[in-house]
Ligand binder design. Structure first.
Ligand code: CDT
Length: 308
């Protein structure tokens, strides 16, 4: 048995005026709770340190850059790393990354129990649009503020398991899970900021949004025989609602822990990595059963092309 007690640290809303220091205080409170529950790892949401700023139209580069971190850890996040190291808890969280070359990514990191960064992931699937859209109730400007990730979908050996990351919209794409599945991933951790309503037509109610989120993660878990931990930032941010629904999914696709509210909340499950073995050696034994000669379109084509 290779058990990791994993905590999903859902965050309630973060308002535009909230400081990084105030958010880190909340993350620390969840970390302390996780320590009491015996967690060896804690997962926080996408863009965990700030409000989901891509909902706001900004033109001045200095105003945009103010949402980005130029170092990790930095002054605001160092207390989180220090406490995680003292408690021996690995962490993963998302933030807006600005590189020394002035590139902008929607990034997440993974640490070991000594708070060393062992993995960095940059979000590949950026939803939304890049120009102001007057028809929307609110904007979703990830394509304006970030460039697509350039690191692919690596996995890392951490806490005696194969771990990978993706971020929010990535969780809806089966290719993401399979890329990591083909590297033997056993635990995929991800954070998300998902609006509760559609910004263009107000349709797709909360129930359907929660269902699609869960459907994506449970399918990805089952079809790749891996644990998946999906963690929300939730509640009313800057007057705009984000859905909750943080879950931990086992390698059979069952939800084994689920957040109940829309505030700061910890969900916990003891995840045995050896439970991935059955699926990986039977129905999803990729080496024996995959037929790559028929999968060419998956990487050669993006949009739909009907046969002539
Ligand atoms: N943050 C993020 O990727 N959110 C998207 C919203 C899609 S609607 C434009 C998501 O897939 O949850």
């Amino acid at each position: 048995m290779r058990e990791i007690v994993v905590g999903g640290a859902q965050l309630g809303p973060i308002q535009r005026a909230d400081s990084r220091a105030a958010v880190v205080e909340r993350m620390l409170a969840l970390l302390e709770r996780a320590a009491k529950e015996g967690c060896g790892m804690v997962v926080y949401p996408e863009l965990a340190l700030t409000t989901f700023f891509p909902r706001h139209w900004m033109e001045e580069q200095a105003e945009i850059d103010a949402w980005f971190e130029t170092e990790m850890p930095g002054d605001a996040t160092r207390p989180l790393f220090d406490r995680a190291r003292a408690l021996g808890i690995a962490i993963s969280f998302g933030y807006a990354e600005r590189t020394p070359e002035d590139r902008h990514f929607n990034t997440s990191i993974l640490t070991d129990r000594a708070a060393r960064i062992v993995g960095t992931y940059r979000k590949v699937h950026l939803p939304g649009h890049s120009e102001y859209d007057a028809d929307r109730a609110f904007q979703h400007l990830e394509k304006r503020y970030f460039e697509p990730g350039d690191l692919g979908f690596p996995v890392w050996r951490n806490l005696d398991a194969w771990m990978g990351m993706c971020i929010c919209n990535d969780r809806r794409w089966p290719e993401v899970y399979r890329e990591m599945g083909l590297q033997g991933v056993e635990l995929i951790v991800l954070g998300y900021n998902t609006p509760s309503v559609n910004s263009q037509n107000g349709a797709e109610g909360l129930e359907q949004r929660l269902y699609h989120s869960e459907l994506s993660m449970t399918a990805g878990a089952y079809q790749n025989a891996t644990w998946v931990v999906g963690v929300a930032k939730a509640g009313e941010e800057d007057g705009h609602p984000l859905m909750a629904g943080s879950i931990i999914v086992d390698p059979n696709g069952y939800v084994v822990a689920r957040a109940e509210g829309e505030g700061d909340e910890l969900i916990v499950h003891a995840c045995d990595m050896d439970r991935c073995t059955f699926g990986k050696t039977t129905i999803f034994d990729f080496a024996r059963h995959r037929r790559t000669e028929h999968y060419g379109r998956i990487t050669s084509q993006t949009g739909v092309v009907h046969p002539e």
